[in-house]
Design a protein around this ligand. Structure first.
Ligand code: XIL
Length: 300
């Protein structure tokens, strides 16, 4: 096969990228993205600050730009993200307790309803677990509304759009030996045992020298899958751009039937949130295919 999307489709998987609305006028960017990818995540445009800048006033202008570009070009869309400690609008940052809990519920209803029936999977909750060795929740205004905030978010999203897959998404849950991974694993196991609606786990997979790819990644993917959820690699980038590491990531996903797709977090190195100098993506800043690209294509 000659594109990432076509190669991934050979095994029934997708290959996606993050898309920024502000770059849709860049023809090099859109031509690469349109050619190579068949799943789209809005890099920022469906986040809480973008979609509800004032309480109760929703704005889907840029989210719809990304959504419409994707669908007009035959791609599916992952929704990102409904409940997160970061990129909250100011009004939400200043809420707490039952009013914040209600605002979270209202936000989920407003956004999921706008895109009802249109989204492959929602990252319902993003980055709710703490870094380090606790294995517990991250402190945040949402966490302080009560430990049940995550399951409330999932139940709200399920009721608002029963057709969308509902995912928990996080970083540094790639390494099976890390406490954070185990904390999320225990939550998903608990949710499955109690019937809390969860369909998928997103492994962001931002690999760098502090949190490098580890060969137990395949164990992480298969262990989550064994709980009865799909696993998606949702925000892949590898600082330094090792072609060999990219191939290992692809091989690990392909080894697990319920690893349903891979999304890289940007198109060209110059599009990366990490800065082009870290060379983390599959295309260089001029839009040329890198060694990592060929490595991924061959592994798919
Ligand atoms: C990043 C975007 O790429 C940046 O443009 C923005 O300034 C900050 O957020 N984990 C996530 C993504 O879930 O939403 C983040 O995206 C990267 C880390």
């Amino acid at each position: 096969e000659s594109t990432l999307a076509a190669a991934a489709a050979q095994s029934g998987r997708y290959f996606g990228t993050a898309i920024a609305a502000g770059k849709l006028g860049d023809s090099q960017y859109t031509s690469i993205a349109n050619r190579e990818f068949n799943m789209v995540t809005a890099e920022n445009e469906m986040k809480i600050d973008a979609t509800e800048p004032n309480r109760g006033q929703f704005n889907f202008t840029n989210g719809d730009r990304v959504y419409n570009w994707a669908v007009q070009n035959g791609k599916r869309v992952r929704g990102h993200t409904l409940a997160w400690y970061s990129q909250q609008p100011g009004w939400m940052q200043s809420l707490s307790g039952s009013s914040l809990r209600q605002a979270m519920i209202d936000h989920i209803n407003g956004v999921v309803n706008h895109y009802k029936g249109k989204i492959y999977a929602w990252d319902v909750v993003n980055e709710a677990f703490a870094d380090g060795n606790s294995g517990g929740r991250r402190d945040s205004n949402l966490q302080r509304t009560g430990n049940d905030w995550i399951e409330v978010a999932f139940r709200t999203a399920r009721a608002a759009d029963p057709a969308a897959k509902l995912c928990y998404n996080d970083y540094n849950i790639d390494n099976w030996s890390w406490a954070k991974t185990q904390g999320v694993y225990n939550m998903v196991r608990d949710f499955k045992s109690r019937g809390v609606p969860i369909d998928c786990v997103g492994l962001q997979s931002h690999f760098n020298s502090q949190s490098p790819y580890n060969s137990n990644y395949r164990t992480t993917i298969s262990s989550f899958a064994a709980l009865g959820v799909d696993v998606q690699i949702t925000e892949l980038d590898i600082q330094g751009g090792s072609a060999q590491t990219y191939a290992s990531v692809v091989n690990d996903c392909l080894a697990v039937a319920r690893c349903t797709g891979i999304t890289v977090w940007g198109v060209r190195d110059s599009d990366s949130w990490l800065g082009a100098n870290t060379s983390p993506l599959l295309f260089d800043s001029s839009g040329n295919k890198k060694a990592a690209y060929t490595s991924v294509l061959n592994a798919l």
